[in-house]
Design a protein around this ligand. Structure first.
Ligand code: DOR
Length: 309
């Protein structure tokens, strides 16, 4: 009886929960699992590159007490695999995530989507921290602007972007000034907090192999950064650009906080990896209890209404 829905570009997500790209979304079996789960509103694919990739050498994901560190390196089955999947008819909305290994790749991927008969949402990942030698595009404001100009000259389908976390208020102003020039459907914030390092004291060693142990941080330890990014971008972006809140969600209260900061939908990454699909049932129960206690019936009753003191 509670309304937990959200909309992006007129597409109705009956339930606010998504997977965070990368978790439980590499194979069609995993994507089907998500789509079949009643508390999942839609899916995001693993970021597709033009060609299939094995990714970085293992171990490349490590669970910590309060989150995770990963340097997967974009292992995926390639663009053709994911476009074939999202082109099928599904009962829920799909978001096709794509990640070129260069700006030229990004343009080529989007040309292929434009030429296909896929009509759903696409999300360009401008923030992968784990491909060796490839910087996170969205930290380059001029480069991002030039790329989006080139893309929107030909791309006429619904498009959002996945952003890395920002840590300086001036940087929020700068990325928002770029993004507001374009008819984006959404931004998904945040990708993992890039290039953290975990040290295992017993073994006096790093815990993942790629890049000497450096990797993207996820899970509860990044919640405050995620909330700040959702909030700061909601305050700066055009209303037509919806925000998918990603990062640090472990409890229903965390979900509630993302919505208060302005998220339209919320995705779950590390905690989905840790707990499996039942995480969505627990989060739904916890969120529903908080809403019921406060007398809220729909997410729009409190979305974006964070109070300041
Ligand atoms: O943390 C991440 N890991 N973010 C990405 O965008 C890609 C992924 C990977 O495959 O390394």
């Amino acid at each position: 009886n509670l309304d937990l829905s959200g909309q992006i570009n007129g597409q109705q997500f009956e339930h606010l929960f998504l997977n965070a790209s990368g978790v439980h979304c590499q194979s069609t079996t995993e994507l089907d699992d998500l789509l079949n789960h009643p508390a999942v509103g839609g899916i995001v694919t693993k970021s597709a590159t033009l060609e299939k990739r094995d990714g970085n050498p293992a171990p490349r994901y490590y669970e910590l007490a309060d989150g995770s560190i990963n340097s997967m390196g974009l292992p995926n089955f390639g663009y053709d695999y994911y476009i074939d999947y999202v082109k099928q008819s599904h009962a829920k909305p799909t978001i096709l995530s794509v990640a070129g290994l260069s700006a030229a790749d990004d343009v080529q991927l989007l040309h292929q989507i434009q030429a296909s008969d896929y009509a759903g949402l696409t999300e360009l990942n401008l923030s992968c921290p784990n491909v060796i030698g490839k910087p996170q595009m969205a930290y380059d404001y001029a480069g991002t602007e030039a790329l989006l100009k080139e893309i929107f000259a030909f791309f006429k389908k619904p498009l959002g972007v996945k952003l890395p976390p920002y840590f300086d208020l001036v940087h929020f102003d700068q990325i928002a000034a770029v993004l507001n020039q374009f008819p984006l459907t959404h931004v998904n914030t945040i990708n993992s907090v890039g290039n953290g390092l975990w040290v295992d004291v017993a073994s006096e060693s790093v815990v993942i192999k790629p890049k000497g142990g450096f990797g993207g941080l996820g899970g509860r330890m990044v919640l405050l950064t995620a909330l700040a990014n959702v909030r700061a971008l909601r305050q700066r972006l055009n209303d037509s650009i919806k925000i998918i809140g990603t990062g640090g969600v472990k409890t229903g209260a965390d979900v509630f906080a993302h919505i208060l900061c302005g998220a339209e939908l919320v995705s779950v990454g590390t905690q989905l990896q840790v707990e499996g699909l039942s995480v969505y049932d627990r989060l739904t129960t916890e969120l529903s209890r908080i809403m019921a206690d406060k007398g809220y019936h729909s997410l729009s009753d409190f979305r974006g209404k964070l109070k300041t003191i």
